[in-house]
Design a protein around this ligand. Sequence first.
Ligand SMILES: [Zn+2]
Length: 262
Amino acid sequence: MPELPEVETFKRYLDRTSLHQRITNVEVCDAYVLKRISARGLARRLKGRRFENSHRHGKHLFVHACDELWLRLHFGMTGSLDYLKHDEVTPKTARVIFRFADGRRLAFDDQRKFGEVELVENVDEFLQARGLGPDALDVSLSQFKTIVGKHRGAVKAILLNQQLIAGIGNLYADEILFRARMHPANKAARLKDKDLKRLFRATRYVLGKAIALKTDFNRLPKSWLLTHREKRGRCPRCGRALKSATIGGRTSWFCAHCQKRI
Ligand SMILES: [Zn+2]
């Protein structure tokens, strides 16, 4: 599931390939993906425009088309972007295709159909209406301490709650907790100041490193949990068998030895 690092990687890909070119057509191959707009309306409002820049907040990507027109992309479970040259075949899972004046195309792919495409007039209003918290990479240490420290419940559930901090999903939450050596079920209210600081640093490190490696799982450090989280997986730090449990409604992987329960 695309989380903050994946969406940031899509943002950089879009910025590199698809800005400043006139949009000549928008083809919607599967209308489930459209929210509050018709296929015809989407094409009509974007035709003749150019994508000028983009902005990411949490797992949402906003692409600026003109003053009060932003394309919002949410990648759901399996969404991604594909910039296609003339002779490149459109993937079967392309749901919306933005066609540019030079014949190239930007495809929004989405195999499992949980993605969302929408037009919004004002990004801040959208974020407010959704009640989204600050972006996980924009939060300061003091904000982070306030948000995590004052909420009840398991620390993992807090990291996953988009209304508190936006952008962290199941995989990176487990990775952050592993790096901070914190059990996912630990109660946030019981964390000490130094624990919160450690968790904050781990959050920034894990998200930043994943972005730097373009979220390529083959390049992620072997010392990370991500490539070991499976049945018979072993802790890359101590070699003991990893455990899994449902916490905050999601399957968590952790090392019960390195991540002590408090
Ligand atoms: Zn361990």
